[in-house]
Write a protein of this length. Structure first.
Length: 98
């Protein structure tokens, strides 16, 4: 299942609090990419929150995977996890068309 994960910075955190964890965070992100669980990672254009696309069995697995990120473990960020499904609109439009 494709999962959209939107980073949410925890209120009250400072930029300096992130610094000690950034190398470990990058290493874990790399591991997740290499395993195929993390399919895409981006930053939002309007702010520096991450947007991840994961491939997991369900939202619970995605939450467990995200919990392994050092910035999550340090309580600096959290994620909104959104399970996605294929868009059926085109099939409805063209079903029965010759």
């Amino acid at each position: 299942m494709k999962i959209l994960a939107l980073e949410k910075e925890v209120p009250g955190t400072t930029a300096a609090a992130f610094t000690p964890h950034l190398r470990a965070e990058a290493a874990r992100v790399w591991e997740l990419q290499q395993s195929g669980v993390l399919r895409e990672i981006h930053f939002r254009q309007d702010r520096s929150d991450a947007v991840l696309i994961l491939e997991c069995a369900d939202a619970g697995e995605a939450q467990r995977v995200l919990a392994t990120l050092p910035l999550v473990q340090a309580g600096l960020i959290a994620f909104e996890v959104i399970p996605l499904k294929p868009y059926p609109g085109l099939a409805r439009l063209f079903s029965g068309a010759s």
